[in-house]
Each structure stands twice: as structure tokens, then as C-alpha cells.
Design a protein around this ligand. Structure first.
Ligand code: URA
Length: 422
């Protein structure tokens, strides 16, 4: 069948056979199918979906495009974690540090930014010298010596997903349940961990917008895990507002350090603790309360922070070289009120527009740009208050857009009282 016939078949909502999927995807991997035809097939998949059988077949093709990492050389239980993607999502760096500090091995293959969402690898690359391209031997050595290692997709592990992922990022084909599930699970199976915890994000800032979609992708990813004999746990978590207080690569590393030094106390911190506890529970067979206590202790006694420093050093990173832009712009509110909502999607897009993400495959990220949120849900705001600070590319002009619209306000208690009096 020609690629055009395969695209047509999916466009009409039909089921592709394993041979047809191989023809299209392996052909793309080998350079025989051009970007424009693969984009078209990906869009047809976004619009028409895939059956469970197609999803299993595509996952298998992705996995077999490379090798499956043999983690037999790693001493101890291995637990991996992956998020379906959000705005300001730096949980992996916190969670890997906590869990590894408790003696559990965390082999982590992460992705780059996708659409309006950021990626762990881009964040880590804002640390000068940090190597995300460890060889298999180095990866296993770091796991044994440090307890956690975080790498990007190597040439050897699910390399076809890497190529398709980069194309999806710039062709509006990110938000598809079958494509997200195959992308994540092929990487998770290829990177060889015994057990996997998946953070399924749902909300306006996530790739999955509704609870129904989140439940469906959880079912599919567990189904894929079971097919490969892996224990998979999913947690559906809230992503309507940006996670934590910063968005942008270097800025998020600074926030990770603050969390690990116990200087933050917000929903992101609670989420990191919950994910870590789930991983500890899965790895050590503890009940959730015991796992929670271990996680709290690791944060309080500073072991998680020290583990983060160890992970960075072991992968060649030099935190003293981390830079954020000096070209900042405070955004002042043009409204007053009590913040009840924030548009995570628009904040994610803004960070991308500032240079923190890619609009074409060739774009280079500026790790020093981003946004620090000064007002969040629950805060009262007066006209003129600083809502957020933008970190712009060095030398670029301030933005003109009124970002007050990214926030939803109701009246503050003070304003309500004044109206009562009138
Ligand atoms: N994370 C991935 O690795 N792949 C996706 O498609 C989405 C999130």
C-alpha cells in the first residue's frame, strides 16, 4: 500500500494493520517517507483515533526501532515515573531526588518540551555541562552509584518515537490519546524499569483536557504495561493552573532547589510528595502512610537535596553556571479582585513565545527566559500589583499584551463588605 493510501485509510476512520503501520512509521524512520506525509497521517490519527490493537502494534514498532535497556546490572528495584505533560511541571527532578535518596533506583528517560508543555531534558540542559546523553554503561553505573540517572532518548532507545515526537511538537499533532500513550509507554518499556508510576495530568494546561480522557489514557497505558509484564500505577492530577511558581527552564531548576530545601509549600510540593510516596510504596511494598513518612523525612533531613546535587554532579552539571535572563519585566494588574483561576495553557504558550520552547524543529531554546508567578489562586490583587515577572531574551523589547486576562478574579472580601455597606 502507498503512504497516500494508508493516510486515506486512517482519514476515513479505518483500522490500520500492523504491516501498514510498519510501512508508514518504519518508512518515516528510514527517511523514505517525508515529514509532510507523516504529519498528515499523524493528524488523521489525532482525528480518528486508534483501536487498542493498533496502539499495541504501534508501541511495539516504536520499541523495536531501538533496543530495550538491560537493567540487570542495576542492583535493587527500579521504579520509573513519567508525566503526560504540563506547564511548569518539574516534578521529575524533585521526585527522582527524593526516591533515590531512599535507596530505590530511578532510571529515567525523559523528553523535551512538547507543544505548550515543558520537558525535563530542556530544563536539565539549562545547567551548564549537564550530560543527558549518557551511554548505557554510564547510565547503569550512575544508577548503581548515585541511585538516579536522567537521560534523553538515546539513538538506541525508542528512536522512532524521538523522531515522531519532534514532528508532533510543531505540527499540531500532540494532543492525541493513542499518540501520547504509545510515545510514553514505548520509552518506559525500552528503558527497562521493573515498575512505573504515571502522572496523568488533566486540565486546561495539560495535553488531556477532561477527566474522561485522563481515565481513558490511564486504561490504555496500564493495558500496554500489562502486555509487557510491567506493574503500572497511574495518578490523575490537576493541571488547570501552572504547577508551582515558575515556568521556563533555568527558572524551574531554581524552583526545584527551593522545594528540596523546604522553602516552598504549595500544591506542587504536595504533588511531588504524593508521586514519591506512590513510587516508594510500589518499590518497597510499604503501605502509603509508611511511604509518606519516608518521603517527608528525606525532605526534612536534607537527604533529597543532597541527592539532587549528587545527580547533577554525576552527570557533569555545574549549578554555579545556571543563568536566568537579566532582562525582566514586571506585569502589573489592570484589575482588582480575588484570584480564582489562571489559564495554564496561555502561560505555557507565553513561555514558548518568550523562547522557552520550540516553534519549528530547528529552533534553539533560550534556557534563561520564562515567567515567575507572583500572584496565584487565593491571592487578593489590587490594580497596579505585580502579577508576574517575565524573563525576556537579553536585548528584546518588553511585551505589550495585558496579561491580566490570564487571571480570573472575583470580588475580594473587602470589596464585598463595601458593597454590603452601600
Ligand atoms: N510525554 C511523552 O513522552 N510523549 C507524549 O506524547 C506526551 C508526553
Amino acid at each position: 500500500m502507498t503512504m497516500v493510501n494508508i493516510i486515506d485509510k486512517k482519514r476515513l476512520g479505518n483500522i490500520l494493520t500492523k504491516e501498514e503501520l510498519e510501512e508508514a512509521f518504519l518508512g518515516y524512520y528510514n527517511g523514505e517517507i517525508p515529514d509532510y506525509q507523516m504529519s498528515s497521517l499523524l493528524m488523521a490519527i489525532c482525528l480518528k483515533g486508534m483501536t487498542d490493537e493498533e496502539i499495541l502494534n504501534l508501541t511495539d514498532i516504536f520499541i523495536r526501532s531501538g533496543e530495550i535497556l538491560d537493567l540487570n546490572g542495576v542492583h535493587g528495584i527500579t521504579v520509573d515515573k513519567h508525566s503526560t505533560g504540563g506547564v511548569g511541571d518539574k516534578t521529575t527532578l524533585v521526585v527522582a531526588s527524593i526516591v533515590a535518596s531512599l535507596g530505590i533506583k530511578v532510571p529515567k528517560m525523559s523528553g523535551r518540551g512538547l507543544g505548550h508543555t515543558g520537558g525535563t531534558i530542556d530544563k536539565l540542559e539549562s545547567i551548564p555541562g549537564f550530560r543527558v546523553d549518557l551511554t548505557e554503561e554510564e547510565f547503569i553505573q550512575r544508577l548503581n552509584e548515585v541511585g538516579a540517572a536522567i537521560i534523553s532518548q538515546t539513538k538506541n532507545l525508542a528512536p522512532l518515537d524521538k523522531k515522531v515526537y519532534a514532528l508532533r511538537d510543531v505540527t499540531g499533532t500532540v494532543e492525541s490519546i493513542p499518540l501520547i500513550a504509545t510515545s510514553i509507554m514505548s520509552k518506559k518499556i525500552a528503558s527497562g524499569a521493573d515498575k512505573i508510576v504515571l502522572d496523568v495530568k488533566v486540565g486546561t494546561g495539560a495535553l488531556l483536557k477532561t477527566q474522561k480522557e485522563a481515565l481513558e489514557i490511564s486504561r490504555i497505558m496500564k493495558m500496554i504495561g500489562a502486555h509487557y509484564g510491567k506493574e503500572v500505577e497511574t495518578m490523575i492530577t490537576y493541571m488547570d493552573i501552572p504547577l508551582g511558581t515558575s515556568i521556563g527552564n533555568a527558572l524551574e531548576i531554581l524552583e526545584v532547589i527551593k522545594i528540596l530545601c523546604n522553602e516552598e509549600n504549595n500544591y506542587l510540593v504536595a504533588l511531588c510528595k504524593a508521586l514519591s510516596s506512590k513510587m516508594v510504596q510500589l518499590a518497597l511494598g510499604k503501605n502509603i502512610n509508611q511511604a509518606n513518612d519516608m518521603v517527608e523525612d528525606s525532605l526534612k533531613n536534607g537527604k533529597a537535596y543532597l541527592k539532587f546535587l549528587e545527580i547533577v554532579k554525576a552527570q557533569g552539571g555545574d549549578l554555579s553556571g545556571l543563568r536566568v535572563s537579566k532582562n525582566t519585566q514586571d506585569i502589573h494588574s489592570t484589575k482588582s479582585g480575588h484570584v480564582i483561576d489562571m489559564d495554564a495553557y496561555r502561560f505555557g504558550k507565553l513561555s514558548l513565545d518568550l523562547g522557552g520552547g520550540r516553534k519549528t524543529k530547528e529552533d534553539k531554546i533560550d534556557p534563561s527566559v520564562g515567567i515567575v508567578l507572583k500572584k496565584k489562586i487565593g491571592d487578593d490583587v489590587k490594580i497596579g500589583d505585580v502579577l508576574c515577572t517575565l524573563y525576556l531574551k537579553e536585548g528584546s523589547a518588553p511585551i505589550q499584551e495585558d496579561l491580566t486576562d490570564y487571571y480570573t478574579f472575583t470580588m475580594t472580601k473587602e470589596e464585598e463588605k463595601r458593597i454590603d455597606v452601600l
